[in-house]
Write a protein that binds this ligand. Sequence first.
Ligand code: LRH
Ligand code: MN
Length: 396
Amino acid sequence: MRQTQSEAVFSALEAFRIELPSWGFANTGTRFGKFTQAAAASTLAEKLSDAGQVHALTGVCPTVALHVLWDLPNGLADVPEVEAGAKRYGVRAGSINPNLFQDQQYKHGSLGNPDADIRRAALAHILDSVEIGRRLDNRDISLWFADGSNYPGTQNMRRRKRWFAEALQAAHRQMDDAQRLLVEYKPFEPAFYHTDIADWGMALEFSRLAGPRAKVLVDTGHHYQSQNIEQIVAWLLDLDMLGGFHFNDRRYADDDLTLGSIDPYQIFRIFHEIRFFEWETGSRPDIAYMVDQSHNLKGKIEAMIQTVTTAQELWAKSALVDHRKLATAQERSELVDAENCLKDAFSTDVRPAIAEWSRSRGLPTDPLKAFRESGYLERITGERAERNAASVTTYA
Ligand code: LRH
Ligand code: MN
């Protein structure tokens, strides 16, 4: 690798940080069941401890996304425990994700529910989440809504749109200047006829209507088959409306598989659009890079280490694209030369440079091997197995 290339990889890795989801360490499943793992985390302290392991081994995931009802079931009252746990395990609280999908009252929606009392309850939970974010000194309130319907004619989609816009404006008003709203879209599941925030255009419109500190969150698993996600990213960059990502991989739908396990070139193309934008504009967009996965079969901590190192690799590869050469080839419509700028970077083995970077930071050059030799998994298995064996696994 040319000197300049390893320098490019080093500076790229220095700037790259990715947030881990607390729920990625817990026993999760599908509607066909949940295969429990003896070492899985279920308490907040265990999730922060496991995230702390991944950060200690990789050096690039200092924050943990929290889902309010899963991690702070007592709301604001749990803030001191989060602060103490984060401090103890060497991480910080990350984005705050309200839970607006599991309560029985949300059967017909949360902010889109025809029942005004339920809409008020949903907004109250979001406002509590804004306050939790303020107390934990984290800026992002990350909003995903399961809201929608399963059958034609059963809901007034225009009226729900207005309720959402009003509530998101109220949430934006509640935030202080350091806070942001991230609006996540998803085309379907759990609703299978319409979803109130189904695509990037709807999330964009709701973000604009909410206020200047509302941005769009792109979950890579929330797209129709063969949708060009990096084009959506390019648009949102150009509109200065890209707030963040939930990275995962998928073959079919919102499979929440580990990043880069199915289509690593997809994530590379997304990273390329961001770096090309940075090169062209000279500005670094304020993007929250986050993982959103559920590890139903793989060991949860190993899957998370694999995810972080794969993200680093793809980010480092995207730093190797010769932007000047690419821009010239694009201007001249030299298709093969232009495409090869990406393919050459993507096919460059950056692992030696990443190992060098890790060594320079006093980090293990092989985090997975270091984790397996650490004895951490054996220790937590001993501590958690009995409790996890007792947990319910059936869906119905
Ligand atoms: C919805 C989603 C959302 C989270 C949830 C865990 O599919 O992507 O971001 O709240 O997964
Ligand atoms: Mn998501």
